[in-house]
Design a protein around this ligand. Structure first.
Ligand code: NAD
Length: 430
């Protein structure tokens, strides 16, 4: 099928490359000319495992191309995915400005299309958005939804770091549909995928995405609450999580205690659901506490540092890991952002290192020292804060500790290195 994906970020680009690898002809659209140029040169604009190779292959085989010309890309497509960002505004509400603009651009292309096509929202949007916001804009094309074109809501569940693999091997494919014809057409795109397909209404599909992310975020905050108790008791929260996770009614995953969740999805999605529930007259008691607990969890590492070093003024501290999780260069809502801000407020000299995310963090914190390696960050430091569990940090050795002014690593994430117990301490474990 001829598929157009609007927005070539983490979701759009992985989906575009993945669909091209299944034999579809894919056009990726973005307003960012530099991104479009890079993609057409077979270069990957983001860091994601397996994506550069797949992108290069698909571009060179002529299965994928990129453009800034939304109108012609839409006019030639059987199915159009909207995969632009849906960030949060200052009050935590979902910001629909990009999705509205993209829908407007798409409606222009639709008026030039002869014949039926399906427009599918892939961006995460609160219930009602597809039907009440996007659909009326699409009808500005002069076409009627359910007659001349179909509408679907097809949420994406990929995780950054394993995005392409996740896109190609999902646990389930959720298709929210305006009518059966829309859903049938969209389902055909996924005929080569092995996952079960869940067909629902548009609002159900929208809420399945928020339900999933909010429950995952709740598990993290829950285990962090237990972890904070473990810290008081001097016991290891990972032993507790392992025991809890063996219960067949529960799942061990997402019970890894630490400094909480970040990223471009959980923080904004949980807050958007809270605001949406409030507008609907509901009282989101659990989710409010999930957010509050997560906020406090991030800076616990700095509190712990203060207890250890007493006066932080003028001290040098290595921050290891800047991306919100390993395997990505994405720093959106990364705990490292707030941790560096807190350290700077306390007049700490920060030396930061990350294998992939330093360029992005430099835009956020330009006056921080960025080092070439974790060894360089550790050298001469009074302590190190381990913020992201990149596998290379498992290699930190006793020899590296000896280069520190004061050998001490405070762990915000659980690592698997072999270091003396009295030189390391976890945020929620001994
Ligand atoms: P992103 O910010 O990485 O990418 C969005 C892209 O859309 C950018 O390249 C931007 O230039 C482009 N864009 C904006 N307006 C446009 C327009 N009118 N026409 C063409 N391009 C336009 O966003 P993302 O992380 O890929 O997320 C996209 C959506 O998917 C969001 O709703 C997000 O919540 C959801 N989601 C994200 C993830 C994730 O892990 N990142 C996972 C699942 C779902």
């Amino acid at each position: 099928m001829d598929i157009t994906v609007i927005g070539t970020g983490y979701v759009g680009l992985n989906a575009g490359a993945g669909l091209a690898s299944k034999g579809h002809n894919v056009t990726c659209v973005d307003i960012d000319e530099e991104k479009v140029e890079k993609i057409n040169d077979g270069e990957c604009p983001i860091f994601e495992e397996g994506l550069p190779e797949m992108l290069e292959e698909m571009v060179s085989e002529g299965k994928l191309e990129a453009t800034t010309d939304t109108v012609s890309a839409v006019a030639s497509a059987d199915v159009v995915f909207l995969a632009v960002g849906t960030p949060m505004d200052d009050e935590g509400n979902i910001n629909l400005e990009y999705i509205r603009q993209a829908a407007e651009d798409v409606s222009e292309g639709m008026s030039e299309r002869d014949g039926y096509q399906v427009i599918a929202v892939k961006s995460t949007v609160v219930p009602g958005t597809t039907e009440e916001e996007v659909l009326p804009i699409l009808e500005r094309s002069g076409k009627e939804a359910g007659e001349d074109f179909g509408v679907c809501m097809n949420p994406e569940f990929l995780r950054e770091g394993t995005a392409l693999k996740d896109f190609l091997n999902p646990d389930r494919i959720v298709i929210g549909e305006l009518d059966e014809k829309s859903g049938d057409k969209l389902e055909k795109i996924y005929s080569e995928f092995e996952a079960p397909v869940v067909r629902t209404g548009l609002k159900e599909a929208e809420l399945i995405k928020y339900g999933s992310n909010s429950l995952l975020a709740t598990k993290i905050s829950f285990i962090n609450e237990i972890g904070n108790l473990c810290k008081q008791l001097g016991i290891d929260v990972y032993d507790v999580a392992d025991g809890v996770g063996m219960d067949s009614r529960l799942e061990r995953s997402f019970l890894n205690s630490g400094i909480g969740f970040g990223g471009s999805c959980f923080p904004k999605d949980v807050r958007a659901l809270i605001r949406f529930m409030e507008e609907e007259g509901e009282d989101p008691k659990i989710l409010r506490n999930v957010v509050e607990l997560n906020q406090g969890q991030k800076v616990k590492l700095v509190e712990q540092l203060e207890q250890k070093l007493e006066d932080l003024d003028g001290k040098t501290v290595a921050v290891l890991g800047l991306s919100f999780k390993p395997g990505t260069d994405d720093i959106r809502q990364s705990p490292a952002i707030d941790i560096i801000s807190e350290l700077k407020e306390k007049d700490v000299n920060v030396k930061a290192y990350d294998p992939e995310a330093m360029e992005n963090m430099e835009q956020r914190h330009p006056d921080t020292v960025y080092t070439e390696s974790y060894q360089e960050a550790l050298e001469g430091s009074d302590a190190a804060l381990l913020v992201t569990d990149w596998p290379e940090f498992d290699e930190i050795s006793r020899k590296d500790l000896k280069t520190m002014e004061n050998p001490l690593i405070l762990e915000g994430r659980r690592m698997d290195y072999d270091l003396p117990d009295d030189k390391t301490e976890g945020v929620t474990w001994p």
